[in-house]
Design a protein. Structure first.
Length: 138
């Protein structure tokens, strides 16, 4: 019976070496999978931020176009209406000021939307920092 424990110990050492190798392979696979997942998350975050930026730029452009159209319409109609009472020069200035204010409001709204967008993938950076800390064991 004295030889049985020696045989069992030898086979346990072999089994632990195999499982250590398997654990190492799994660890490497898990780290590779984690990095790929984090990269996909970063790509998704950047795409979302880019999409929001495009929408904000679209709002600024639409505001500019509407302001231009309004300017043309108001210049024609407003100047004609006001010209009878204040003169043509004063009428043109009044209409131009009103249209400029409307256009400026729309542009500032779009710029405000752009300022709120964060292009940096903060969740991914936080996850990567956490993953590095976990791997270091701190």
């Amino acid at each position: 019976m004295a030889t049985l424990p020696a045989v069992e110990t030898g086979s346990e050492d072999m089994a632990s070496k195999d499982s250590l190798g398997q654990l190492t392979v799994r660890l490497v696979d898990d780290v590779v999978h984690l990095v790929r997942t984090e990269l996909r998350l970063a790509r998704t975050e950047i795409q979302e931020a880019f999409s929001q930026a495009l929408m904000a730029v679209g709002a600024v452009a639409a505001g500019g176009m509407i302001a231009s159209l309004a300017l043309l319409c108001l210049l024609v109609a407003g100047i004609a209406a006001l010209a009878k009472s204040v003169g043509i020069v004063a009428a043109a200035l009044i209409v131009a000021a009103i249209v400029a204010i409307i256009g400026a409001i729309l542009i500032f709204v779009g710029i405000g939307m752009l300022k709120k967008i964060e292009l940096a993938p903060k969740r991914t950076v936080a996850n990567l920092k956490r993953d590095v800390e976990t791997l270091k064991g701190d």
